[in-house]
Design a protein around this ligand. Structure first.
Ligand SMILES: [Zn+2]
Length: 324
């Protein structure tokens, strides 16, 4: 059983012993002030999938869970996740108790890089990075074949690396100048407002963004900006290029720090705008590099990349480092 816990949706899949997904379910992630609500939801979805597909509980080999963080991997829980109104969310203990199989919990981007290495473009690649650009920005990393986790399992919060010392924009985490504040799904509209405020109202009025947002800057979202850029709108293209420069800085920092040979990229902003996200990174990353460049490509596994990682964990294909 593979599980992906997002801020909005929880997805559960069943896979066979070769890792082929045989059934999928998706439901809203509960927002109750109850530390067991998320686990109960997963149990209900998992039980439903087993029943609908005629799989007996004895056939279940393991459960892998990729989740929004931050995690305390040692205790198998999420701690004060952004966007969910509860202190601690229990995951591993209630699932293990219910299904009586090994249950593994990792950060969602760590799950994604595991999925990439076992099922996607990262097969046989020992120095591999996965980067997601969606509502936020995150990463998962192998160095010399070793999966990196950190002391609590929260390594590579790469979206929160500082890429603007002036701190012009504020991140969802509350700190200033973080990569995610400039070019994630939540960051692009902030960057758009910053650029428009410097270029003046006139430029906004003449742009497709004016029409799309109903003339209200507060209505702007990342999709409007990328859609307008696809139509060739000059202001939107300028914003996309600036977002691309911040992405190039972030990706260059990752290459300089981890020295990967391959970076695969996913997340909704990337997957919906592959060319507009990847092209500026490839064009500008060299401006910030000291290390030999890495190949940069979009994940072939799409939105399921993290689920594939959860499946690999459930099947015991990836042994997680022991945290000390
Ligand atoms: Zn941040």
């Amino acid at each position: 059983m593979g599980v992906d816990i997002g801020a909005t949706y929880t997805r559960v899949v069943l896979a066979d012993q070769d890792g082929v997904i045989i059934a999928k379910a998706k439901d809203r992630t509960p927002r109750e002030r109850d530390s067991l609500a998320v686990a109960r939801n997963i149990i209900r979805m998992g039980r439903g999938l087993l029943k609908e597909n005629g799989v007996s509980e004895r056939e279940l080999k393991g459960i892998g869970v990729g989740s929004i963080g931050p995690l305390d991997m040692r205790r198998g829980i999420l701690i004060r996740p952004a966007n969910l109104p509860v202190e601690n969310i229990e995951i591993v203990a209630p699932l293990t108790e219910e299904f009586d199989v090994p249950t593994y919990l990792v950060n969602d981007c760590v799950a994604a890089v595991i999925g990439e290495r076992h099922f996607g473009a990262g097969k046989g690649v020992d120095n591999l990075v996965y980067i997601t650009i969606s509502t936020g920005i995150g990463g998962g990393i192998y160095v010399n074949g070793h999966l990196l986790l950190g002391k609590d399992g929260n390594a590579h919060e790469i979206g929160h690396m500082v890429i603007d010392s002036e701190g012009k924009l504020t991140c969802g985490c509350g700190k200033r100048g973080h990569w995610e504040a400039y070019s994630s799904g939540r960051g692009v509209p902030q960057l758009a407002r910053l650029i428009i405020s410097s270029k003046g109202e006139e430029a906004f009025r003449g742009s497709a963004l004016y029409r799309k947002s109903g003339g209200d800057l507060d209505n702007l979202d990342a999709k409007m900006v990328y859609d307008a850029a696809k139509e060739g709108d000059a202001l939107a293209l300028k914003i996309v290029n600036e977002a691309g420069r911040y992405n190039a800085m972030g990706v260059a920092n990752v290459i300089n720090v981890y020295d990967p040979s391959l970076i695969t990229m996913g997340g909704s902003v990337t997957l919906n705008n592959v060319e507009l996200v990847l092209e500026p990174i490839k064009r500008m990353v060299g401006d910030y590099l000291i290390n030999r460049p890495a190949e940069i490509t979009v994940t072939p596994l799409g939105e399921d990349v993290g689920l594939y990682g959860s499946i690999a964990l459930a099947l015991g294909w990836e042994e997680l480092p022991r945290l000390k």
